[in-house]
Structures are given as structure tokens and as C-alpha cells.
Design a protein around this ligand. Sequence first.
Ligand code: AKG
Length: 372
Amino acid sequence: MASPEPLRAADDGTSRHARPARKISFELTNPAMLVLAVRAPLGLALTTPAAVDTAHSIKSEGFAVVPEARVPASIVADVRSAVSTRLEELLALADAAGADVLEQQYSFNEICHRKRLRWDMRLPEDTANGAWRELTASAVEQAMPVLRELCDEGHDPSVRMAGVVVSRPGAGPQSFHADGGPGLFNIFVPLVDVEPEADGTQYWPKSHLDPRAPDLALELKEGDAAMEEMVSPGCAAGGLICFDYTCVHRGRANGDRERPVAYIVVATSPDAVDKVNFPPTSVADAEPHVTETMPFWDDAASGASYANRRRRDQYLGMLADALREKGLVPDDGDAGAEARRRVRRMCEEGGDDAWSLSAQVTAVSKLLLEYM
Ligand SMILES: O=C(O)CCC(=O)C(=O)O
């Protein structure tokens, strides 16, 4: 990760769909880092009693919902929809790169499968006609009075990176973890409404004050006394939850919806060190023989995965031929893409995850019986 850039004055702002120019804009100098530029003097991010209170809660508890903060709903909706589309595109690339999309723990420059059905993605700055840039700018602008309260004397907050974590239906709870060391804060922006004590992020209050907490977190189990202390704050879509990087937390088990959360990592100390979480290789350039070596969530799944992939690809080829012979794709059409589309639709209609290789094998077998 590159060293932090200080906040600095810029000449112009950015706007989208003729929205009024915003005070904050982002400039991408390194794919992994957004450099915040503030048009107006930094003094505009005035300290308020609410900011002092929120910063106090973060210092004492490790996390806080930033009161009253809300990224405009239209920006949140545009980013939410773009995230869903982008995730599908990246999963299709991961599949083409030879990954078992659900069962394997793959890491590429644009996407990492952090836990089964939970992905961490970086988004191009111009995602959704700039809505992504606007979301991060709006979140940082609103969090700024709080972040300045958290900063080392004489240091300005600097944005290190931003991304989105998406969990999909069926995702189990994450393991408890801290994101890293001191001097860094995360701003979470849920892109869907999150009810208290439901499927959102769960925090271990005061764990950032206990150096043993990251190790203890690895051992935490349901039923432990410490589990009584956990808090999952509610937060409306576009609201902000700010937390210390050292505070132990986890994403809770998903219900039956997709739950995307944008995050922005901010350094409040010049010495803060963040670990690089995304490797350099693009998913578009990944070699199947390398992807194959990436670990599986469950060792038992790896053998079945290899066999299922071979069968699926063989049957997809047969289905594409059958569709072509039956005139179900135009002469210049992409029969392979049509075969994959039909398989995915059949999985979804059957209530299966369309990226499950075993569900795909079942679906393609049924379609072959229908068309051959
Ligand atoms: O999904 C969430 O609410 C939290 C995600 C998270 O903490 C992570 O991916 O490290």
C-alpha cells in the first residue's frame, strides 16, 4: 500500500447528472488508493459537539454510527445496482479463470472471495457514471469532523483505499477479526437498510483497547460469555458506521438477501500501516493452472469440484451444439453463451445458487435431455 496522501485543495469538483458540484472530489493516482481533494478550506469540516461525542464513542467503544450522516439515496441506489452487476461480471471472469466460484478461496486484483458467499471488491472510480466516486466523497465529507477528532495532532485524515464487501444469501457468519493495526479507521456505508441485531456487522465493544482481543477473537464461539457483549448496530442504507481498525468485528450470517457494504479506509496517523489485501494479478489474466492451486473452503469439496467442472464444461459444449442444431440460436449467435444463460436460469428457477457447479451439472443434464 502506498503511503498516505494528505488532504489538499483542488481547483474543481465533480458532478454527475447535473447535480450541484460537490465540495470534495477524488483523484485516482494509484488503483489502490483514492486521494481526497477538498475544494473548500479544510476549516469547513468544523468540529461540532456531535462529532466530539461520536469520536468519543469510537475511542471508548471502538465503533459508532455517525448520527445524521446519510449518503443521498439516489447515489446509494446507483452504486448498489452497479455492485451487483460488477460482482456477476467478476464471478464470470473467475469462473473462466478456472475458479470454483463458490467453493474456492480465490484472490485477484479486483475481487477476493473472503469467505464462502462473501466477496471483497474494488471498483473503478467511474463506476455507475461516477456514483461510486460521489458515494465515497459524500461519506468522507460527512465523517470528516469525526475523523479530524480522531487524528494525531498536526495530521490530516487521508483516504487509503475503498471497496465493497458483498455477502449473498446463504453466507454464514464471518470469523471475528480485527482489520489491522492502529492509526486506521474504517467507514462502513451499508447499501441496504440494516436492522439492529440482525444480519449486519457485529462489533466487540472495547476490544480495540485489549491487545489480546485479536487472538481471543479467533477462539470465540456461540455461547461464550463474551458473545453477550457483542453489538450489531442498525444503520439505514447510506448511513455511516465508523470503527477503529483494531476493533474486533465480523459480518453476521446472511438471510435471503444480498447485503453490500461500501468501506473507506482512512489513516489518522502518518505511521499507520495497512496490509495489502488484493494481489496484483487481474482476474482477467489469471491462468487456470494457477487458479487451481488456490485453497478450497472445504478440502472435501475440491475433488468434487474438479469432476463437476469437467462434466459441466463437456455438457455445456453438447448443449450449445444441440441449441444450434435445433435453430435455437441464430447462425451468427453465441451458442455457448446461450447454453450458459439457460443453465443459470434453470438453477435460479430451482432455487439454487447459479454459481454452484453441482447445481449447474444437474441443470445442464436436464436441459440436454430436453434438447437432444
Ligand atoms: O459484512 C460485514 O458486515 C463486515 C465485513 C467485514 O468485516 C470484512 O469483510 O472484513
